[in-house]
Design a protein around this ligand. Structure first.
Ligand SMILES: C[S@@+](CC[C@H](N)C(=O)[O-])C[C@H]1O[C@@H](n2cnc3c(N)ncnc32)[C@H](O)[C@@H]1O
Length: 321
């Protein structure tokens, strides 16, 4: 980790307010990270918190917080895509709430040795858990079409074919081993646009998502966390890019019985079925306020969505004709 690195949690108060931890409750923080959400949850209510992170460094950092709350914080190293088995192995089969704060922490992105960032030179790694194929393995081994598809699908990069061609040409000379070399290859073929966003941003995002199977993990985890929720239990998710948010939105829309309208003028659109098991707590995604976005650049793309399992006997919202 780079000296003095820390992680400023995004939408912390909004996320914990929607989770609404209560004394005696059992909660899951599926993305422990720097423990900012966890500390707030533990300070706010005399509850028990299970916390997962696939990064061994995050789990190690959590020991101090666990010591401050004896018997109340239980840390688990693993992927949240396996949360059902990780929790059931420890006797946890129901939850009063689960919170996900997706993506990478500042501890990870600011550490050149982890290879997540095009701003620092380091090995082209990007593995949150430190196991499996690295980003360097992908850029040096996949064929041009596979690379282009990853950049297009997971980075929404319009110039994916051009970048893939440049990567394959560059690696013929020598394998691409560092973040700077990859960033320079991408910058060499993607012109800067008016947004000021680095041309390598989308390619790095795509590779990170692929290396960590981020979308597969999220899809499994949302299903499983929702299944564990007790009546009244809440699921709260903060996402940082449109592919994540699309998955979360679709999942919560369906779980709450809201069908997307065939047309946006159709009055049946976004009405809730009375028998749906969940209700949306955020009909529209919450975004950070101007002050948070100004103070924390990571916050700018954040979106928070939440739903809760309907308590028994409470009917859903009225169905519009
Ligand atoms: C944005 S940070 C969370 C920050 C945390 N809420 C805080 O307040 O400090 C995301 C964390 O989730 C972890 N993570 C991301 N995907 C994961 C997955 N599939 N399984 C487990 N942990 C994951 C990352 O390793 C990282 O530490």
């Amino acid at each position: 980790m780079s000296a003095g690195s820390s992680h400023v949690p995004v939408l912390l108060h909004e996320a914990v307010a929607l989770l609404a931890p209560a004394a005696g409750g059992l909660y899951l923080d599926a993305t422990f990270g720097g423990g900012g959400y966890a500390a707030n949850i533990l300070d706010g209510a005399a509850c028990t918190l299970w916390a997962i992170d696939r990064d061994p460094a995050a789990i190690a950092r959590g020991a101090a917080l666990a010591a401050r709350h004896p018997g109340r914080l239980h840390l688990i190293e693993g992927g949240f895509g396996d949360l059902l088995s990780l929790l059931s192995q420890r006797g946890v089969t129901a939850l009063d709430g689960a919170v996900f704060d997706l993506g990478v922490s500042s501890f990870q992105i600011d550490d050149p040795a982890r290879g997540f960032s095009f701003r620092h030179d380091g090995p082209l790694d990007m593995r949150m858990a430190g196991t499996g194929a690295t980003a360097a393995d992908l850029v040096n081994q996949l064929d041009e079409t596979e690379l282009a598809d990853i950049l297009y699908q997971l980075g929404e990069e319009r110039l994916s074919r051009r970048i893939a061609r440049a990567i394959v040409a560059a690696r013929r000379g020598a394998p691409i081993e560092t973040t700077q070399r990859l960033a320079d290859i991408v910058r060499g073929v993607v012109p800067k646009d008016k947004s000021g966003i680095d041309p390598a941003t989308r390619s790095f995002q795509a590779l990170r998502i692929k290396v960590n199977d981020e979308l597969g993990q999220i899809a499994r985890a949302l299903e499983d966390a929702a299944r564990l929720l007790r009546p009244g239990g809440r699921l709260v998710v903060v996402s940082f890019h449109s592919l994540e948010d699309r998955l979360v939105k679709r999942f919560m829309t369906q779980a709450s019985g809201r069908a997307p309208a065939p047309s946006r003028h159709d009055p049946r659109g976004l009405t809730a079925r009375e028998d749906a098991g969940f209700e949306l707590l955020t009909p529209r995604a919450l975004r950070p306020g101007a002050a948070e976005a100004a103070a924390n650049p990571r916050a700018r793309s954040a979106r928070l969505r939440a739903m809760r399992r309907r308590p028994p006997g409470i009917p859903g919202p009225e169905i519009r004709p």
